[in-house]
Design a protein around this ligand. Structure first.
Ligand code: HEC
Ligand code: HEC
Length: 274
């Protein structure tokens, strides 16, 4: 082979390799990273579409804090897919094309990246192991984690992925203002005997099905009971400082933060430090 030929071949091989890499790159790195106009556009989009759940500063409201997602080892490409597809069986919706373009998603991620903070060097407050013991004694009667525990409250196996620390603290300290479907408190007064409290599982014009506080599913015909009244309070107790000290609260919330899913085929995410 002449030197010229081998030069051409080498150049071609390099070009092909570079083209291959570029396609790969497009999937894995954000084309708008660091682009200030894109970041401003992304901020606008983020405020409109994401801030309700994640907060304007992305530190979490109803949804989790997502300022640390990069530090937990996620890639741009992976996050792009999370936003596109949502997280199934959670409140995280999908943002499909064409309503949300690739460009929109990348711009929002470019903005989010500017909010990413270095993982705090301070260890997060609280002792998760002690928190697990508290959970066992105070909470497991009503809440399941990894298929164990009571059913009066929602399954908390993923609660660390789905709520911010602040939301968890507020839920424990000040209670729930609005009950979620399936957990609405209800009081039934039969024709005779004491009132029965529970959470409402189903209701139609004529009947109501509840899970009572002894965790038995019970059905009632409305015309066979004296009254069916919503409320008065969520069955989730308020854990004030007398019932749960600040130190215990920290331990418990630290433990809740470690609960990140229970599907054994999905390896748990490395905990996002909050
Ligand atoms: C209706 C509420 C809601 C909206 C709107 C919403 N999210 Fe989420 N998001 C969630 C919840 C809840 C989770 C946690 C899901 C879980 O349990 O893993 C989540 C998870 C995420 C995650 C994954 C975090 C991780 O650790 O893997 C990212 C990234 C994310 N959201 C970005 C966005 C972006 C960007 C938008 C706007 C385009 C958005 N979200 C809109 C509720 C929401
Ligand atoms: C008597 C039963 C009961 C006990 C005990 C209880 N909970 Fe609850 N919890 C509930 C119910 C019912 C709900 C649903 C509240 C609603 O929507 O009204 C709930 C809701 C919650 C939520 C909100 C879930 C979400 O998806 O946002 C969290 C977090 C929570 N509980 C944590 C705890 C922790 C931690 C403890 C122990 C310190 C505890 N609960 C003890 C019944 C209980």
């Amino acid at each position: 082979m002449s030197p010229m030929h081998s030069f051409v071949l080498t150049t071609m091989a390099c070009t092909l390799a570079t083209a291959g890499l570029a396609a790969q790159d497009r999937l894995e790195t954000n084309p708008f990273a660091g682009d200030s106009a894109a970041i401003v556009a992304g901020m606008g989009q983020f405020r409109q579409r994401c801030a309700d759940c994640h907060g304007t500063d992305a530190r979490g409201v109803r949804g989790p804090d997502i300022t640390q997602v990069w530090s937990s080892g996620r890639t741009d490409g992976g996050l792009f897919q999370t936003v596109r597809r949502g997280v199934s069986n959670t409140e995280m919706p999908a943002f499909p094309a064409p309503r949300t373009s690739d460009r929109d998603v990348w711009q929002m991620l470019a903005y989010l990246r500017t909010l990413a903070t270095a993982a705090p060097t301070e260890p997060p407050p609280g002792d998760a192991e002690h928190g697990a013991l508290l959970f066992e004694s105070e909470c497991a009667g009503c809440h399941r984690v990894n298929a164990e525990g009571g059913r009066l409250g929602p399954d908390l196996s993923r609660i660390g992925s789905s709520r911010s620390r602040e939301v968890l603290v507020a839920r424990l300290r000040t209670g729930v203002d609005e009950s979620r479907p399936g957990f609405q408190p209800v009081t039934i007064t039969p024709e005779s005997g004491p009132a029965i409290r529970g959470v409402k599982k189903n209701e139609d014009l004529f009947s109501v099905q509840i899970l009572d506080t002894r965790q038995r599913i019970q059905g009632y015909e409305k015309d066979q009971v004296r009254s069916v009244v919503d409320g008065p309070r969520s069955l989730m107790p308020v854990f004030g400082p007398q019932r749960l000290s600040d130190a215990d609260l920290n331990d418990l919330v630290r433990y809740l933060g470690t609960l990140r899913g229970f599907d054994p085929s999905v390896p748990p995410r490395p905990p996002v430090v909050f």
